[in-house]
Design a protein around this ligand. Structure first.
Ligand code: SAM
Length: 342
């Protein structure tokens, strides 16, 4: 698809006051899942077989997704992340991103992708001034990639990695750290940041989202950090600046490192995000059950102002952290990250 744009950005025309929760945290960041479908079957995310993806009419259509992003932008949300499932599997994604790039997301539009089908889109993403790509990559070994994702597709992901860097699109690597899977590669994955301007982020596995509510795998923030310190004794912590990642620099490295304590939930106190799943369920915490059915509102003729009020109301009731959200959800988590959007 060829879309020719100059600078696609329409600044907001009125003063925006983003929704606030009961603890005074403003919501300025939307993570939007545009599909539950994925072309990989990562062991900590989806089962190998019998994955039941949702029928098309249960997923928000592009018109609904565009209306929602507009509503969130009008509410004062300034950062959008488009995720999935695998966002580049959904036909029409480029057009949607182009439309979104014309809204007032002044902090930018970001993408989370596994990189398998991403390469042909990169030049257009550059033209749309996509603010950054997070590429999921748990190993640099082809056999191991095949074993983790159940697909032999590492070369395609690496092509995306190099072309993203070549085009100068800001790049972060997301690596889920899991015992028995890739803990012996922490050093080599970190070294991707040695000569490349990337941030390599090591992510705690969230066992509640790994299917059947698995047990912790023993690789939480402190252990990942000690492992990094054993290879890089000069590693220096950097200010997190509201990021979910604890950030680190290694002297002489071009890029930097991060550790995301999604299971330990160390960053809830500064959380500024809401998620919307592909079915239009808004979650004010990754660990909650979904607090607002936006699809129902969209499909029953609600006006934009009603939807905005409903979002504000649910945000105002947000729990303090992922532990309280999990405690009040009434039952274990049944959704995978692919369904929620990571
Ligand atoms: N398909 C895209 C991708 O692979 O980046 C976007 C969706 S994927 C669900 C988003 C992120 O969630 C990936 O980086 C993946 O590694 C991470 N993820 C999935 N299940 C997880 C789990 N149980 N714990 C921690 N991270 C997980």
């Amino acid at each position: 698809m060829e879309i020719n744009v100059s600078k696609p950005f329409a600044p907001a025309k009125f003063k925006l006051t983003p929704p606030k929760d009961q603890f005074g945290r403003s919501i300025t960041y939307l993570r939007l899942s545009v599909t539950d479908r994925c072309n990989l079957r990562c062991r900590y995310c989806l089962p190998e077989k019998n994955v039941h993806f949702l029928p098309g009419n249960e997923i928000l259509n592009w018109e609904e997704l565009h209306r929602l992003t507009t509503i969130f932008a009008q509410l004062g949300v300034i950062k959008l992340r488009v995720t999935g499932g695998e966002p580049f599997l959904r036909k029409g994604i480029l057009n949607f991103l182009y439309e979104a790039s014309r809204l007032s997301f002044s902090k930018g539009i970001f993408l989370t992708t596994n990189g398998v089908e991403t390469l042909p889109f990169l030049e257009n993403l550059k033209v749309f001034e996509i603010a950054g790509i997070n590429l999921s990559l748990d190993t640099l070994q082809r056999d191991r990639f095949k074993s983790i994702t159940r697909r032999d597709l590492l070369p395609k992901v690496m092509e995306t990695f190099y072309q993203t860097l070549f085009l100068g699109i800001p790049l972060k690597i997301n690596t889920v750290v899991k015992a028995g899977l890739n803990t012996d590669e922490i050093e080599s994955l970190a070294r991707l940041a040695e000569d490349n301007p990337v941030e390599v982020r090591f992510i705690e596995e969230m066992p509640q989202l790994s299917g059947n509510n698995q047990k912790e795998n023993g690789w939480q923030f402190n252990r990942i950090l000690s492992e990094l310190q054993s290879f890089f004794p000069n590693i220096i912590p950097l200010p997190a600046n509201g990021s979910t990642a604890g950030k680190f620099k290694i002297p002489g490295f071009t890029g930097q490192l991060g550790i995301i304590a999604g299971h330990s939930r160390l960053f809830c106190s500064t959380c500024n995000r809401v998620r919307v799943t592909a079915t239009g369920l808004m979650k004010t915490c990754l660990y909650d059950n979904g607090v607002l059915d936006l699809k129902q509102l969209l499909r029953t003729g609600a006006a934009d102002s009603e939807i905005q009020n409903a979002i504000r109301e649910k945000v105002s009731m947000r729990m303090f952290d992922g532990f309280s959200a999990y405690a009040t959800r009434g039952g274990v988590m049944k959704q995978s990250m692919a369904a929620i959007g990571g």
